[in-house]
Design a protein around this ligand. Structure first.
Ligand code: 13P
Ligand code: SF4
Length: 321
């Protein structure tokens, strides 16, 4: 089947099965085009609470599917490829985080206290179950600002996002040493070169990038915030420092503007001139079609873990408004 036929067969299956397709901005353009809803991590979680379908297909990565399942336990949540993981989520294992929380608790003057654990949404359900409040790149500052001023806070797993949030909130959160392999490999040299080439183009960066990259940015925000910025800005050209999948929505929303992706370091070694998340790219039209047709692979979260993971996600949704 060609792309058009596959896309219409997918839409037909959605009709027959009362299914909806949710997609993250980093997925392939053809996946975004066939989806019912496209969003950043926060918007996808918020949308999950409003869904009336029987089946949700999450075209993104595994932790996004888990978040959907935790928020919608009665629905069948499918993911086109179970291997779509996340290097950042993988950098924080629940058993290691548990030991880390305990060591930080013992370091407190009153060790009946417990540090507040703030976890980025890019984490497994097991990690969320150890968490007090989940955040995304859209709401991390807003939520951390609401925590008690004297609280000891552990933030994980993204050290780049954590150190950015420390800088904008004046907090000294203890950071887990994790990072996203895509966002940590942007080339500062290439960015500086592009800034010389396009002096009027604002630099848009995701807060998972390293501090040296963020220092060069005119706008730092979640995928959705960066997209909104391109719509409202009078600029005609933009230098984009995040996964290149977002360029599709940016170009669709602003067809007369130009978007320049920043390449990764050691381009030849990686073999491409853009910055793609290989996990997100595992979502293809063929796999999406097969997933809807066969209703597999399905996301399952152990109920006792789901129950504990739901609380910090709900707290995030409450604190985001
Ligand atoms: P957003 O929350 O901005 O959508 O980012 C999710 C993500 O995985 C970034 O790498
Ligand atoms: Fe995870 Fe990075 Fe891919 Fe986002 S871009 S899903 S943080 S590996």
């Amino acid at each position: 089947m060609n792309k058009e036929n596959l896309a219409s067969a997918i839409r037909q299956l959605c009709e027959e099965k009362n299914a909806i397709i949710m997609a993250h901005y980093y997925t392939r353009p053809e996946i975004q085009d066939v989806a019912d809803f496209i969003g950043d991590s926060l918007a996808l979680a918020q949308q999950a609470t409003r869904v009336h379908a029987d089946i949700i297909v999450m075209c993104g990565v595994h932790f996004m599917g888990e978040t959907m399942k935790i928020l919608c336990p009665d629905k069948k949540v499918l993911i086109p490829d179970m291997a779509a993981g996340c290097s950042l989520a993988d950098s924080c294992k629940a058993e290691d985080l548990k030991k880390f929380i305990e060591s930080q608790r013992q370091a407190l003057s009153r060790n009946d206290q417990r540090p507040i654990v703030v976890s980025y949404v890019n984490t497994s359900a097991d990690v969320k179950a150890l968490t007090d409040v989940v955040v995304t790149s859209s709401n991390a500052k807003h939520i951390v600002d609401q925590l008690p001023q004297d609280a000891k806070i552990i933030f994980g797993p993204d050290k780049n996002l954590g150190s950015y949030i420390n800088s904008v909130t004046g907090r000294e959160m203890i950071l887990w040493n994790g990072a996203c392999h895509v966002h940590s490999r942007f080339s500062l040299e290439a960015l500086l070169e592009l800034k010389k080439q396009y002096p009027n183009a604002p630099v848009l960066a995701h807060p998972e990038c390293k501090a040296v990259i963020l220092l060069q940015a005119d706008k730092i925000g979640s995928t959705k915030a960066l997209l909104e910025f391109t719509k409202s800005s009078a600029a005609r050209q933009f230098i984009v420092v995040t996964e290149s999948g977002i360029l599709h929505e940016m170009q669709k929303a602003c067809p007369d503007k130009e978007f320049i992706p920043v390449p990764p370091e050691a381009t030849e070694a990686i073999g491409c001139h853009c910055n793609e998340c290989e996990y997100m790219r595992l979502n293809t039209l063929e796999k999406l079609y097969a997933c809807l047709r066969d209703e597999t692979p399905e996301i399952h979260v152990e109920p006792s873990v789901a129950e504990r993971a739901l609380r910090p996600i709900q707290r995030m949704l409450e604190m985001s408004s």
